[in-house]
Structure formats: structure tokens, C-alpha cells
Design a binder for this molecule. Structure first.
Ligand SMILES: Nc1ncnc2c1ncn2[C@@H]1O[C@H](COP(=O)(O)OP(=O)(O)O)[C@@H](O)[C@H]1O
Ligand SMILES: [Mg+2]
Length: 201
């Protein structure tokens, strides 16, 4: 079963292709039109703006908090009942050092506020915090998919692996369109979307 979508698609592969193409186009606009600069940095409201922009063409729930409980592997993300409260405390978490920012990212992943698209939108949110607060971003093309997913699976219990993995991939090329586009492609690859290159869209 595919998620209900604005395109009226019921075939999973067709939906995946359309979603990848439409949302990568939006991801590039976030950068090229300097839209990210206008968004809140490090809050759920800021993440809603990113998710809403990326997924506006595909899902009615773009930018909207989920209303169902979800899990991945053995991990259950924050129950809907406590989600609002969890997001308010994440908003207040500090973001003045690399360690604090990754801790905030880990908590936002535990919250997993949207029905779908958390990974892709939250990585853009994370880079926006790093850029603003410490003048660095992650070069996601340097972060191996398996290493990343294992470190994230582990992160609710122990954040050491994700911290060291991301630290190794930090770059000061914060205004480099190529780094951004390759980063989007890597981020999508983690989630199984690798049909189009952002550069070609
Ligand atoms: N077992 C797990 N425990 C905790 N977090 C996980 C687990 N598996 C995946 N994740 C995180 O969830 C993200 C995927 O969430 P999802 O909402 O499907 O985003 P997207 O639609 O962008 O793929 C991954 O990128 C990873 O950060
Ligand atoms: Mg997904």
C-alpha cells in the first residue's frame, strides 16, 4: 500500500520516482532562492517549514505533525500522545556546539514528527543549524549509507557513533552549491531514492 498522495498514484515505484523528482526540485529551490535563510533555525517550526516546502507537491500532510504512531525496525518513535510536549522541549535544547547540535538532531529523530520524510527534511534542518551556529555543514557525500543508518539506529541509546561519523564529514564549504546538491543526493540515497541526480532536475 502506498501513502495517499496528491498525485493520485497507487503504484509504489511510480510514487517513489515522482516524489524523488518533485521534492529534489524543491530542495534545490530551498538553496537557490535562499529560502532556507528565512526559516527558523533549530525549532520544530523551522523543520515544519522545510518539510512543508519539500513535500508540498506530493502529500497533504506536508509540514503537518503526524496523527499516527510509527516505528522502524525495533524502534518506536515518540507516541503521538506525547509528541507535542517532546517537540517543545527539543525547541529549547541548546545548539551552540557541534555536540549539542547532534544531540538535538538525535532527539528530533526520536520525535519523528511527520508521517514520512523525516530523514530527508531533518538532515536539511540539521545543516541549517550547523551553518548558522558553527559555520560548518555536513558533506553527506562523505557519509556512508550503512554507517549512517546503523549509527542512527543506535543513536537513541548511544550517540557516540553518529557524533564521530558526522564530525568526520564536517566541511566549511557552507555556500557551495555542488556540496549541497551532492548532499541531497546522498541523503535521498539513504532512503532508497537514487533515480535522479539533483544536478539534472
Ligand atoms: N531503527 C531506527 N531507529 C532510529 N532511527 C531510525 C531507524 N531507522 C531509520 N531511522 C532514521 O529515520 C530516517 C528515515 O525516516 P523517514 O521518515 O522514513 O524519512 P524519509 O522519508 O526521508 O526516508 C532515517 O534517515 C534515520 O535517520
Ligand atoms: Mg521514508
Amino acid at each position: 500500500m502506498t501513502l495517499e498522495n496528491k498525485l493520485g498514484l497507487t503504484d509504489a515505484i511510480e510514487l517513489a520516482h515522482a516524489e524523488e523528482r518533485l521534492t529534489k526540485k524543491r530542495a534545490l529551490e530551498l538553496y537557490d532562492k535562499k529560502i532556507l535563510d528565512q526559516y527558523e533555525v533549530g525549532t520544530f517550526a523551522g523543520l515544519q517549514q522545510i518539510h512543508g516546502y519539500l513535500f508540498q507537491d506530493v502529500y497533504e500532510f506536508a509540514g503537518k505533525m503526524r496523527t499516527v504512531n510509527i516505528a522502524k525496525g525495533n524502534f518506536r518513535f515518540a507516541p503521538v500522545l506525547y509528541l507535542d510536549e517532546a517537540l517543545k522541549s527539543i525547541d529549547k535544547m541548546p545548539q551552540d556546539t557541534f555536540e549539542a547540535i547532534v544531540e538535538k538532531y538525535v532527539e528530533m529523530n526520536v520525535a519523528h514528527p511527520f508521517r514520512e520524510g523525516n530523514g530527508r527534511s531533518t538532515r536539511i534542518w540539521l545543516d541549517n543549524i550547523l551553518r548558522r551556529e558553527i559555520g560548518r555543514v555536513i558533506d553527506w557525500s562523505m557519509v556512508d549509507k550503512e554507517d549512517y543508518l546503523l549509527a542512527m539506529e543506535r543513536s537513541p541509546v548511544r550517540d557516540k557513533e553518529i557524533k564521530s561519523l558526522l564530525k568526520e564529514a564536517l566541511t566549511d564549504k557552507i555556500d557551495d552549491r555542488q556540496v549541497y546538491m551532492k548532499g541531497i543526493d546522498a541523503s535521498y540515497r539513504y532512503e532508497g531514492y537514487s533515480t535522479y541526480r539533483t544536478e539534472d532536475i
